[in-house]
Every structure is written in structure tokens, then in C-alpha cells.
Design a binder for this molecule. Sequence first.
Ligand SMILES: Nc1ncnc2c1ncn2[C@@H]1O[C@H](COP(=O)(O)OP(=O)(O)OP(=O)(O)O)[C@@H](O)[C@H]1O
Length: 276
Amino acid sequence: MNDSSYILIEGVAQRFKTQRGEFEALRQIDLRIAKGEFVTLIGHSGCGKSTLLNLIAGLTTPTSGLLLCAGREIAGPGPERAVVFQNHSLLPWLTCFENVHLGVKRVFGAGSRSAGAKSESKAELAARTHAALELVGLSHAAQRRPGEISGGMKQRVGIARALAMEPKVLLLDEPFGALDALTRAKLQDELLEIVVRTHSTVVMVTHDVDEAVLLSDRIVMLTNGPSATIGEVLTVPLARPRQRVALADHPTYLQCRKEVLDFLYTRQTHVHKEAA
Ligand SMILES: Nc1ncnc2c1ncn2[C@@H]1O[C@H](COP(=O)(O)OP(=O)(O)OP(=O)(O)O)[C@@H](O)[C@H]1O
């Protein structure tokens, strides 16, 4: 393993058994993601973006092919790979603090550390939890429950929970999909800052071309399913830190945007057959 193939995906295919027989969602996926890189997966609805992200998360195993993270086979979920879903999946009866703390305890608490690593004290676990909530600007809402905060705040708690576990890889499945445009823009900006601070490797599923260009080092464009594969990979040569307003009429930004739109709406028109 070297830093340029921190996540290595080779010859991956995913087939599902359905009532109408076997359905091939993904075929021949080959991708190397460097340490610290921000990669987005984009493609039409149902092409297999979440299927690929779930494979990297270790939530599913491929029908064929190989996935490695830091040189080790991905054989299941692991604390080095945290996932944030669109529906933020918080436990409604716990406060924001407790929701984040739960993840922190699982990774750093008593009995959870790998051999040789010392489990942390109660005070240390609480400090980690507070720090994560602060990172996403939610210290003031620590004692509130999910039902008492907005959708954007819930999503920030989900991100705080993932970040608090200090994952090497952050996997985001349309984390801002359910939010209004302004909240979405604010969270994208926060994510940009957090990623710079934490040097995380990020793989993010999105439908949003502007989001992909603004956030990514590379955009992986998937062909339509069934049997989707990687159609094109676009490198976004924009310097960081990136400012959305300054980029809005930047020629490189506009060119990248055009290339992704061309791929999606000229080279991949949306004809998709759902699995049974
Ligand atoms: N467990 C499963 N069994 C059968 N088919 C499945 C299963 N999971 C996903 N599929 C099918 O695989 C294809 C890819 O699904 P996936 O959810 O990965 O797409 P997606 O690109 O993330 O879609 P969207 O953008 O709409 O969220 C779809 O046709 C879906 O119906």
C-alpha cells in the first residue's frame, strides 16, 4: 500500500438476487483513492452509488473483486471508516451529546480498544464528545434531543458523531440531500473546513454537480445501471481553500461543471431499469 492507493478497489462487481433472477448493479469497478483525497461519486438515480459506498463501508461484500483500505481487505465495518447517511440516523430518545458519546464510547471506551491501546477515562470521552459538537458548531444544542432541533442540525450531529470517532475515512451518502439550499451551502462550507483540519479521506455520494465540483479533488462519474461502471473520472484542479462565491464564475470551476453536466446529460441520458 502507498498513500496514492489508500483505498484500493479492483475488479469489483456486485450482483443481487431478486425475484426476477440475478441483477448486476455494478461491474468492473477499479478505483484508487489517495490518503487525504476528497472523492465524490456521481451518477443518475439508481446507478449504484450507494452500493459502491456500502462496499467501501464494509456493510456489504462484493460478488467478485477486492477492496482494500490501508492495505487491509475490507471485510466488514470498522472504526477507521465512519458513514454518514442522508437520514442522519440519530437515536431520538438520546440528546445530541449522548448520540455522539455513544459512538465515542464504542471506539475509545472501556473494552473497545485494540490490544495495547489504553481505553480512555470518562472525562476524556466527554471531552472528545464536546470537541466534536464544537467542530460542527453545536455546543449550544448538546442537551437537546433530535426532535427539538432542525434537519440541518441533525445532520451536523451525524457528522459530529462520525468525526468524533476519528475515522481515517469519512463515507458520506448524500449527507445534505434532504436540506434546503442555504443550509446545504452552509454545511458544505463547514465540511470543507473540517476536512482541511482533520486531513480525512472522504468518499461522498451526491446528485449535485455544484456540490461535487466545490468539494472534490476528483469526481467519479458512474454510467447508468444495470451493470454500472466508472465512465469517467474528472480531476478538479482548483486550489484550496475554496470559496463558493469566488468560484461561481471561475473559468476552471465552470469548465469542470460543464464536463460533469455533459457526462450526465449528453453521454449518459437517463434510461434506467430498476431491479425487481
Ligand atoms: N439489496 C438489493 N437487492 C436488489 N437490488 C438492489 C439492492 N440494493 C440495490 N439494488 C439495486 O441496485 C441498483 C443500484 O442501487 P443504489 O442504491 O446503489 O443506487 P444509487 O445510485 O445510490 O441510487 P440513488 O441515487 O437513487 O440513491 C438499483 O437498481 C437498486 O434497485
